[in-house]
Design a protein around this ligand. Sequence first.
Ligand code: ZN
Length: 500
Amino acid sequence: MSETFNKFQSVYRRILRFQKIGVLASWDLYTATPKLGFDDMSDTMTFASSEAFALSNSDEFFGLVEALNEPEEFAQLTTGMQYTIQKLKTELEKSRRIPQAFFEELVSLQNQSMKAWTEAKRASDYTLFAPYLEKLISMITQKCAYTDPGKDTYEVLLDQYEKGMDSATIDRVFEELKEGLLPLLHKILAAPQPDSTAFDGFYDIPTQMKVQDLLLNYIGFSLDAGTTAVSEHPFTTGFSRNDVRITNHYYENNAISSMFSAIHEGGHGIFEQNVDPALQNTAADDCCYMGVHESQSRFFENILGRSKNFWIPIYAQIQELLPEFKKHSLDEFCREINHVQNSMIRTEADEVTYCLHIILRYEMEQAIFRDHVPVSELPALWNQKMQDYLQITPSNDAEGILQDMHWSDGSFGYFPSYLLGSIYDGMFLETLEQDLGNIDEILASGQIHTITKWLNEKIHWYGSLREPKEVIRTVCGKELSAKPLLDYFTKKYTEVYHLS
Ligand code: ZN
């Protein structure tokens, strides 16, 4: 390897280590740090992240990245390193255009704004958050003008989370989905609903943890290369393919919630555990596209986990661990986990109405950045859309526009990636069945590992090497469409709800 590469590696490895320490502190903060230790551990996290940031933004490092981007140097790099250099070059060029004073002002605004949002949500009073939201919208718009001069702001924001997935494509597939979904949803909501209290009971947490481990093992998450902990909101953190950590949150009156969180986070974790080892310590060694990542957690959680056949090989074991479940047949359980209802809160929504919660947020973000709707008019617009899509109106701001934290620190453009994940899933399901045969038969016969292996080989192995549109094209051989997801919903819920 060249001298330039060796110099680059010595700085880059330092950056990766500082980043890792920052992520480790963050993991600790949300799973183990006692209340009184919070500020000190936050300080450690900020220190490590700032060190990584300072190193990667130094002129020396940028010079090395530029030198390695020259053809003769570039040609000698591994695929993972070529990806790393290109990514670093693009990102550093952008971030170096942001004036330092502006950057600091934005970070400070983000902190104040998150506090204001927390207060506003607690008091259910949008006016406490509105001035911060207005300032954030203006500063984020300015930030995009610095990083990507001449480009449409919302396009730049979308690209941060799901590279290459432009709004023309998203408009097309979301519209396709909305058109098909609304009539189906209205039919479902008019049909008889199951008793949603049937599975209420007392489920002690150690037992729920055993159920979690059984499920993780069943879907293929390795507990030798992974670990679990408890946190307020479930999340996944990967340090390397050999150290992937997932969290869960347990409710003593509800065992089903932690079961599905385990399957969801397990899906994220399986992705991280199965990236090509040759990509280790490069920027490609995990998946940085939120929609593609989310497609994997949702594939396990919804497409597999909400299918009756997923449970056939293990329902008796679940009943042994949770004797309350012995009162309920597998059919009753499947009815419960596929209960569709219009509700106010996105994170509690079923897989069908969830799509509309996201479409609403996508349209709100377009209203903000494209139509420049005044901040004072946003709650009314939110409520109108809830009425149009889900036929309900929030009774206050906390269960309306203030419910999610994403906008509180300016993470605009993130929401669409959740639904893109589900749309990809429809396409993956169609292709998987062409390759492996009927998914219901595979699951019912206890062969779920063949599905996990297919996902490992087709998707996980490549980490970040392929951008989302390329993933779809190479795995499915066609362009993105919402039709397979709609077909899946229609077939499944016509059966579940006995629709005609
Ligand atoms: Zn997720």
